[in-house]
Design a protein around this ligand. Structure first.
Ligand code: FAD
Ligand code: NAP
Length: 538
């Protein structure tokens, strides 16, 4: 399927940027279809998020049965996870195993950034330039650069003055950081911060947690793998993959019992307790109205706050930790082990920086309005330039000199979260407008890339060399993304999944919240109709 040997043929059919779950599968899927491919990865190894985020406590919050590849039944059957929610080293080992097993490393140039990609409208190809000074032409550009790979630049004044060491969870060093005998400060209490806090507290001399917004931290209930469940899946992996694609989250877990109003109060409470015991993300899916009704949501949120007050011995600390400014599930839940219990340790202090904001980092620690904290090691868990950060950094330009996000001031505009008009042959894997961070992202990556591989096959069979979404298809899809989000509580509460226009305040929900299952069906129908909504040219 390589383009003809004409003088204008690109160097390769596709360039794949990124070597995480998405990039590795892109390389495998595209070479499997006979396409020639080059991969570029900024890091010195494969793994993506799981290469970079090696902070203490880093682990997945989707069960191991689902947070892995299903594309090869033998791979599924031969791999052994040791925990229900595997830790970062195990996931990284898995991805290294995949890279070796499918001989993918030879396709990747490591420690190399894709720094530019310019579309040639006459030749229907991109010229990709890299930090190593290389220039490669390709028909298709697959950005498997991740939605959570570009971390937020620390904007805390005085960081440059700090005499101790500081680390970002998102780019944790490969060598071990020894916290013994050290006073440690963690800023940020999202999913990364909460996981790091529970682990660092176990070894450091003293831990100061600087919390701006408390998170709902739900027990993971981690434990050994249910070998019987794993074996059952391994017996018929294709059937299990089909079943996974029929789930709303791309993961098999307990789901809604029905609207909260169907149950008397004691039964509501029993159902919530049951989910608290099951743990993890399933607490978001007890009542079908908890995402839309404040009252239904409060049943679950109030239950979690009660648990916080029950677990945390100091009532003032419990009050500061108990989230009450936003409904549960409107931000991503933190899935943790003994998070609230950590604040009962004598070596842990909660600093509520909403009440007493950080003024600056000093040479020896952190100064808030009312206090000074002496700190040896500072850990920043401040989150990501989600969705657009890595895309912007890659320097992609069309013939007008525009970048893919330059027309997104009112929020991302895409077709299926995969392509944006004006950027032919550019695929944004798990991009804005697809289920993305709201689904199991391994499943989301594989589903997206299978769709891309099918689309490219269709193009090769029909002699097309250029594809982009039609204006109508992109508009309708973008409207649909908002339409499914608008009734939800999470649409009204600020978090990294909502784009808020800085001047008008107009809100746009970024990922597709209609469900992975519904999204998969939409993609299948579009493919069956001959890739409806895409415009092709030769
Ligand atoms: P990434 O893993 O982000 O890989 C992108 C790669 O692209 C990176 O290696 C980066 O170095 C590289 N890159 C970026 N730009 C360039 C460039 N210009 N040139 C060269 N290389 C570039 N999802 C879940 O579903 N469940 C979870 O439990 C879960 N846990 C997570 C925990 C953490 C700490 C984080 C940060 C994310 C988590 N996620 C989770 C989301 C995670 O992003 C996905 O699960 C998945 O790992 C993403 O894979 P990816 O290949 O799409 O992107
Ligand atoms: P995040 O959810 O965006 O959390 C960032 C934290 O930093 C928030 O507590 C935020 O406070 C705080 N913060 C940001 N800037 C600050 C500042 N200047 N001063 C003080 N506090 C500041 O980022 P994350 O924890 O890295 O998680 C991002 C996503 O990665 C998650 O939603 C999830 O998708 C994924 N993830 C998953 C797991 C997992 O469980 N497997 C683990 C880690 C990450 P405010 O809330 O007040 O802004």
């Amino acid at each position: 399927m390589t383009p003809s040997g004409s003088v204008n043929a690109p160097d390769v059919d596709a360039v794949v940027v990124g070597a995480g779950f998405g990039g590795l599968y892109a390389l495998h899927a595209l070479t499997g279809q006979g396409f020639t491919v080059r991969g570029f990865e900024a890091a010195p190894g494969v793994g993506g998020v799981w290469f970079h985020n090696r902070y203490p406590g880093a682990r997945v919050d989707i069960e191991c049965y689902d947070y892995c590849y299903y594309f090869d039944p033998d791979l599924y059957a031969e791999w052994r996870w040791t925990e229900r929610y595997p830790s970062q080293p195990e996931i990284l080992a898995y991805l290294n195993h995949v890279a070796d097993r499918f001989d993918l490393r030879r396709l990747i140039t490591f420690e190399t950034w894709a720094t530019g990609a310019v579309w040639d409208p006459a030749l229907h190809q991109y010229t990709v330039t890299t930090s190593a000074g290389e220039s490669v032409t390709c028909r298709y550009l697959v950005m498997a650069t991740g939605q959570l790979s570009s971390s937020r630049t620390p904007d805390i004044p005085g960081l440059g003055d700090f005499r101790g060491r500081w680390y970002e969870t998102s780019h944790w060093p490969r060598e071990e950081v020894d916290f013994r005998g050290r006073r440690v400060g963690v800023i940020g209490t999202g999913s990364s911060g909460t996981q790091a806090i529970t682990e660092i507290a176990k070894t450091c001399e003293h831990l100061y947690v600087f919390q701006r917004t408390p998170n709902y931290a739900i027990p993971a209930r981690n434990g050994p793998v249910d070998e019987e469940r794993y074996r059952r899946i391994a017996e018929d992996v294709p059937a299990a993959w089909r079943a996974l694609q029929r789930t709303a989250a791309g993961a098999v877990m307990p789901t809604f019992h029905g609207p909260s109003t169907d149950f008397p109060p004691e039964e509501q409470r029993r159902l919530i307790s049951e989910r608290w015991r099951w743990g993890g993300q399933s607490i978001n899916a007890i009542f079908s109205d908890q995402g839309t009704s404040e009252a239904a949501n409060e049943l679950v949120a109030g239950f979690v706050r009660e648990r916080v007050r029950e677990i945390v011995r100091d009532p003032a600390v419990a009050e500061a930790l108990a989230p009450d400014a936003y409904p549960i599930g409107t931000r991503r839940l933190a899935i943790t082990t003994e998070y609230y219990e950590t604040f009962n340790r004598p070596n842990v202090t909660l600093a509520d920086i909403k009440a007493d904001p950080i003024e600056r980092v000093t040479e020896s620690g952190i100064k808030t309005g009312a206090a000074e904290y002496d700190i040896d090691i500072l850990v920043l868990a401040l989150g990501f330039e989600a969705f657009t950060g890595s895309l912007d950094k890659a320097g992609i330009r069309n013939e007008k000199g525009h970048s893919p996000t330059s027309g997104w001031d009112k929020g991302p505009r895409t077709y299926l979260g995969l392509m944006t008009r004006g950027f032919p042959n550019l695929f944004i894997v798990t991009g804005p407008g697809s289920p993305s961070v709201l689904a199991n992202m391994v499943a989301a990556n594989v589903q997206h890339l299978d769709f891309v591989a099918g689309l490219l096959r269709h193009m090769a069979e029909n002699g097309h060399t250029r594809v982009e979404p039609s204006a109508a298809a992109q508009r309708e899809w973008s409207e649909h993304v908002q339409e499914v989000a608008r009734p939800l509580l999470r649409y009204r509460h600020d978090n990294y999944m909502v784009h808020v226009h800085p001047e008008t305040g107009e809100r746009n929900f970024i990922p597709y919240v209609g469900g992975f299952d519904r999204y998969v069906r939409a993609c299948q129908e579009i493919a069956e109709r001959g890739y409806d909504g895409f415009e092709f040219a030769s």
